[in-house]
Design a protein around this ligand. Structure first.
Ligand code: NA7
Length: 536
């Protein structure tokens, strides 16, 4: 079980081989590999415990949308054999227990990294935290997560509200008692869609403020049978290897149907969608081969889901408001448990704010469309400043004092999502330009950590002190990431993949589609002596 070091501000100032920022799944595995290489290493983590996403997102209903037998580490056969998952999709408490189970020492908790500066003379990074005791390190590895900076909209009057305000991504550890309360939820992405059915059950009245109606497919969560679990464990390495061959690095319960949605008649199309709707999960997006490529094909899937919403929601006006009109999947598809049915409850109301924003928050609630909604608590399920927010919140300075903010002023440029020109020996795990959020995150994390650890080991064997991505490599890579996205429907809506959810953020498609070719490219780069990087 967990044997991590207690948070402390009394650790002596020190020099490390590597500093890792963040103790989520990326930081924990990077720590494990670094220790294996014999590096002197320290992890800094803002939270009081490990788990990253699963430490912070404790809202009711928080659950992974990748199945349990796949959303777990594969680097340690004993670990993947010994851990027992209880449900098809794991809930937040269970994933957090798992993270604690694998935790190791050398983590300094409740410590926020404030600045990371490169010293060209010593070729080392100097790292300052809010606890004082600056440290230095040859390597800095950003394991800061893709969805770790919460997006709190700047709505006038926020400080006037007399009730409680919570963000799903910073949920109180003791939980929140909504008993007898009038609650407002702003936001209907994955977090809102998971939390709303449970908050509806717990509260006296719930008002949902919806800016964009979202597609949600039933998760069809259920207890995970012992036999099913044992079957996977009997061939876990083969199961993992096969899953990593899929574009998203995870397999689904029904295979991809490669037919075009436009090449079949209405009945056949309906049968395919219906079967996958019943199976539950992302398998729906594999109903036809061109849903992610062709807007007309995609529209047929959207129409099917709207039909389901109209069947599930009794009040026709509410049903229409809940019907999305965007491209299915270009904002991350949500998996739900009783979400649409929740709007049949007498204590739940839906307020459409797509045309009329929230005007202000008042002492008593939320004002929009000339009406005040009286509330005792407001839940912001408004998401994250994804992929770059946490990195840009730190004062990171590379060669010539270049700040990361300056470097990324026109959007996040990286090479492979791993390295940034001007920032030698600084690695980003699941950084922008890598498949990251479009995959099973743990698989992507393990691939990045292994690549970085192997790189550090190769550098040490070959006597190199620094590694730095070249500008050419970065430019070509950014172009490649965008070219791949532009062949799909992904850029067709205002998603956080594009940074479009944050006012003023540069609009660039950040993750790379397609895990297997990416892995091939990373392996090729390493095999060719870290092509695209300069080594000294
Ligand atoms: P998301 O998916 O970014 O959803 C945020 C929701 O909040 C979405 O419905 C937004 O509407 C809404 N939002 C954001 N800002 C505002 C303002 N200012 N006013 C009203 N509504 C707003 O975040 P989640 O936490 O649900 O999920 C993040 C990821 O976690 C998810 O994709 C999975 O990978 C797990 P919008 O659609 O922008 O109009």
């Amino acid at each position: 079980m967990a044997d991590h070091a207690a948070a402390t501000s009394t650790l002596p100032s020190s020099n490390f081989d590597a500093v890792i920022v963040g103790a989520g799944f990326a930081g924990l595995y990077m720590l494990h590999r670094s220790r294996g290489l014999g590096l002197k290493v320290r992890v800094f983590e803002v939270g009081a415990g490990v788990g990253g996403t699963w430490y912070w997102n404790r809202y009711p209903g928080a659950r992974c949308d990748v199945e349990s037998m796949q959303y777990s580490y594969q680097f340690d056969e004993a670990l993947q054999q010994e851990w027992e998952w209880s449900e098809r999709y794991s809930g937040q408490p269970e994933i957090l227990s798992y993270a604690n189970h694998v935790a190791r020492e050398d983590i300094q908790f409740e410590t926020r990294v404030e600045s990371v500066h490169f010293d060209e003379e010593t070729e080392r990074w100097s790292i300052c935290t809010d606890r004082g005791n600056p440290v230095s390190a040859q390597f800095v590895i950003m394991a800061t997560g893709c969805l770790s900076s919460t997006n709190m909209p700047d709505i006038p009057g926020m400080d006037l509200f007399a009730g409680d305000i919570h963000h799903t991504g910073q949920w109180p550890h003791g939980g929140v008692n909504f008993d007898g309360k009038r609650v407002g939820v702003i936001g209907t992405g994955s977090s809102g869609i998971q939390a709303i059915p449970l908050i509806a059950e717990q509260s006296e009245h719930l008002t949902v403020f919806q800016r964009t109606a979202q597609y949600a497919i039933p998760a069809a969560n259920r207890p995970l049978g012992a036999d099913e679990q044992a079957d996977v464990k009997a061939k876990y390495p083969e199961f993992r290897a096969e899953n990593s061959l899929y574009p998203n690095a995870f397999s689904l319960r029904m295979p991809l149907n490669e037919t075009s949605a436009l090449d079949v008649d209405d009945d056949e199309r309906h049968r395919e969608y219906e079967a996958r709707w019943r199976e539950g999960g992302f398998t729906f997006s594999w109903s036809f081969g061109d849903l992610g490529l062709d807007l007309d094909a995609n529209a047929t899937a959207g129409e099917f889901v709207r039909g389901k919403i109209r069947e599930l929601v009794r009040d026709p006006d509410t049903a229409e408001k809940l019907c999305p009109d965007t491209v299915l999947g270009c904002k991350r598809l949500c998996l739900d448990t009783g979400y649409f049915e929740t709007f049949n409850r007498p204590n739940v109301d839906l307020v459409d704010i797509s045309k009329q924003e929230i005007d202000r928050i008042t002492t008593n609630g939320i004002e929009t469309g000339g009406r005040e909604y009286k509330l005792d608590a407001i839940v912001f399920a408004t998401g994250f400043d994804a992929m770059t927010g946490t990195l840009l919140a730190m004062d990171i300075r590379g060669r010539d004092g270049l700040t990361l903010q300056e470097k990324w002023s026109a959007g996040p440029g990286t090479y492979l999502g791993l390295g940034i020109p001007g920032f030698p020996n600084l690695f980003t795990i699941s950084g922008p330009g890598s498949p990251s959020v479009l995959t099973n995150m743990i698989v992507s994390i393990e691939q990045h950590v292994d690549w970085i650890a192997d790189c550090i080991s190769a550098m040490s064997k070959r006597g190199h002190r620094t590694i730095e991505a070249t500008l050419d490599a970065e430019e070509n890579w950014v172009e490649h990431v965008n070219a791949v996205a532009n062949e799909t429907v992904y850029p067709a809506c205002n998603s956080w993949y594009l940074g479009a959810n944050i006012p003023g953020k540069t609009r660039v498609f950040m993750p790379l589609l397609g895990f297997p070719p990416y892995v091939e490219k990373c392996d090729e780069v390493a095999a060719n002596g870290y092509e695209g990087f300069t080594l000294t």
